[in-house]
Write a protein that binds this ligand. Sequence first.
Ligand SMILES: Nc1ncnc2c1ncn2[C@@H]1O[C@H](COP(=O)(O)OP(=O)(O)OP(=O)(O)O)[C@@H](O)[C@H]1O
Length: 252
Amino acid sequence: MAKTKILAENVNLYYGDFQALKNIAITIGERDVTALIGPSGCGKSTFLRCLNRMNDIIPSCRVEGKLMFEETDIYHPDTDVVALRKRVGMVFQAPNPFPKTVYENVAYAPKLHGLKDKRKLDEIVETSLRQSALWDEVKDRLHKPALGLSGGQQQRLCIARALAIQPEVLLMDEPTSALDPISTLKIEELIRELKQHYTIVIVTHNMQQAARVSDKTAFFLVGDLVEFDDTEVIFTNPKDQRTEDYITGRFG
Ligand SMILES: Nc1ncnc2c1ncn2[C@@H]1O[C@H](COP(=O)(O)OP(=O)(O)OP(=O)(O)O)[C@@H](O)[C@H]1O
C-alpha cells in the first residue's frame, strides 16, 4: 500500500448553483499513477484542477470539504498557492509551449523562482529534457524556437517544463488527446518511467490508455465518484454496474 499523497473527503464543488462534484472521497498513493475516467462532463478535469487550485481563476467556483496534499490543506485560506503549484505541476491537453526557445521553455520556471546560475540552469534543462525523453531529439536545437518542434515533441517539452521545478505530483489533463498514435505511445512509456519519481494523476478519455498506464482508476459519472480501485479490478471485475456499462462501451 503506497503512502497517501493526496486525500479527498466529502469534496463538493459548485460552479454558481451547479454542483459539478458530489461528495468525492479518494486517496491517491505516492508514486502511483491514478487515472480519472468517465464520460464527457462528469467532472474529471474539475477534480484534477482542484488538486493545485487551478479552479481559483473561475470566479463562480466554490469548493467544500477536505482536500489534503500530505500535511497541506489545499483550500485553506493561508495556503500559499504558488508554493503548492511548485509541488503539484500540471500538463494540459494541447501542447502549449511558450513562443520561446526550447531552452527558455524549460528554464522559465526555475528562473521565475529566482535561479540565476547559468551552469545550474543548464543542468536543470538537460536533466528535465532527459527525464521527458526528449534530450536526444533536441540537444542540437536548444536555442531554436519550441514551436518548431512536432506536436509530440512539444508535449514532451511541456512535461520537461513541468519537471524543471521538481514537483512531487504531476497532473495531466488528457495529455495525448491531440497527438498521433506514436507520440501517444511515447508519452505513455514516459509516464511509466516518471512514476518511479513522481505521483501522477491523469485524466483520459481513452480507456485502453488508462488500463495501460495506471495503477488505480477512478470512474466518475455526473459529478459522482462511482468506483475507485486497482485498475485491474476496474477493468476486469468492477463492482458497480455503471462502471461495467462504461468500460464495456455501453455508454459514454
Ligand atoms: N468554468 C465553468 N463554469 C461552469 N460550469 C463548468 C465550468 N467548467 C466545467 N463546468 C461544468 O462542470 C461539469 C464538469 O466539467 P469537467 O470539465 O470537469 O468534465 P470532464 O469530465 O473533464 O469533461 P470532458 O471529458 O468533456 O473534459 C460539466 O457539466 C461542465 O459543463
